[in-house]
Structure formats: structure tokens, C-alpha cells
Design a binder for this molecule. Structure first.
Ligand code: HEC
Length: 142
């Protein structure tokens, strides 16, 4: 994937994520799609499949961090189901634990990228959050 296409992918996903619907299940799924797109680009950079440049690598972290900030607000009472939500009931049973997981994701994605080695280390740490949160708080439907 070349850099322009990758960037266009992140930006269009960001625009989708930014157009907030009234339904929080839609918003949180769009935001996570956005996170998935940015993570895909980050993984290519980390593996050397895409050339490292500071601006693109920083955009990956900015996208993840923007998603993390505010993600916790998208689970109000009454939004447990609908729109094929994969949110686990555990979120509402253990809101404090879920909010702590969101806060950790926000902290681990609050990164200023300087070079490829630093990017790799920070990206590795940030993406540990995906599996650990999904394991506890997401129920995969497909
Ligand atoms: C703090 C918890 C948390 C973290 C951290 C997190 N996720 Fe998620 N993710 C969720 C939840 C909850 C859902 C299901 C939301 C729903 O369906 O309502 C989800 C859903 C998704 C989806 C499916 C989106 C859709 O509906 O099509 C993708 C893709 C995804 N996450 C990728 C990631 C990646 C990649 C990371 C790490 C960079 C990550 N997530 C980190 C909680 C988290």
C-alpha cells in the first residue's frame, strides 16, 4: 500500500467516525473501524512494509488517541444492544473496569513519534490494549 492511499483510508475513516449519529452503537462501531484502519497502517510501518515517515506514523497515534478519548462516553445505559453491537454486558456490570481500560488505551496512545524504533515500541505497547480490552469487554458476533 502506498502512503497516499493509506492516508486517504485513515482520513475517510476519520470522516465517517466524525459524523456522529444519534445512536451510540453506531458511533462506537465507526470509531473502532477507524481504530482498525489506523492500526492496519501502523502494523505495516512497524513491519517495514510501508516506509516510515514521522507524519504518517504520528497520524496513526493521533487517530488511536482521538478514538480513545471519549470512547467511554459511548456506552450509556440503554445502549447495551442494537445494531448488532458486540459490546459485552460486562461493560455495564463493571463500568469502572471498562473506564480504566479506556483510560489506559488513551495513555498508551498519547505518543509523540520521533523515529521508527520509538514508533515500533510505542505501537507494540498500544496494540496490547486491543486484545486485552476485547477479551474482557467485547463479544464477537461473527
Ligand atoms: C477499552 C476497550 C477497547 C480497546 C482498548 C479497543 N477496543 Fe476495539 N472494540 C471494543 C468494543 C467494546 C467493541 C464493540 C463495540 C460495539 O459493537 O458496540 C470493539 C470493536 C472493535 C472492532 C469492530 C468494529 C465494527 O463494529 O466493525 C474493531 C475492528 C476493533 N474493535 C479494533 C480495535 C483495535 C485494532 C484496537 C487496538 C488498537 C482496539 N479495537 C482497542 C473495545 C475496545
Amino acid at each position: 500500500m502506498n502512503r497516499t492511499i493509506a492516508l486517504a483510508g485513515i482520513l475517510s475513516a476519520a470522516l465517517i467516525g466524525g459524523s456522529f449519529a444519534a445512536d451510540p452503537t453506531v458511533d462506537r462501531q465507526n470509531i473502532m473501524k477507524n481504530v482498525g484502519a489506523a492500526t492496519g497502517v501502523g502494523a505495516k510501518i512497524a513491519k517495514g512494509e510501508m516506509e516510515f515517515d514521522t507524519a504518517t506514523a504520528q497520524l496513526v497515534f493521533n487517530t488511536l488517541n482521538a478514538a480513545a478519548n471519549g470512547y467511554g462516553y459511548l456506552f450509556p445505559a440503554g445502549s447495551e444492544t442494537g445494531n448488532d453491537s458486540e459490546a459485552s454486558p460486562k461493560i455495564w456490570e463493571d463500568m469502572a473496569g471498562f473506564e480504566a481500560a479506556v483510560a489506559k488505551f488513551a495513555a498508551d496512545t498519547n505518543v509523540k513519534v520521533a523515529d521508527l524504533d520509538g514508533f515500533r515500541a510505542a505501537f507494540g505497547a498500544a496494540t496490547q490494549n486491543c486484545g486485552s480490552c476485547h477479551e474482557s469487554y467485547r463479544v464477537k458476533k461473527q
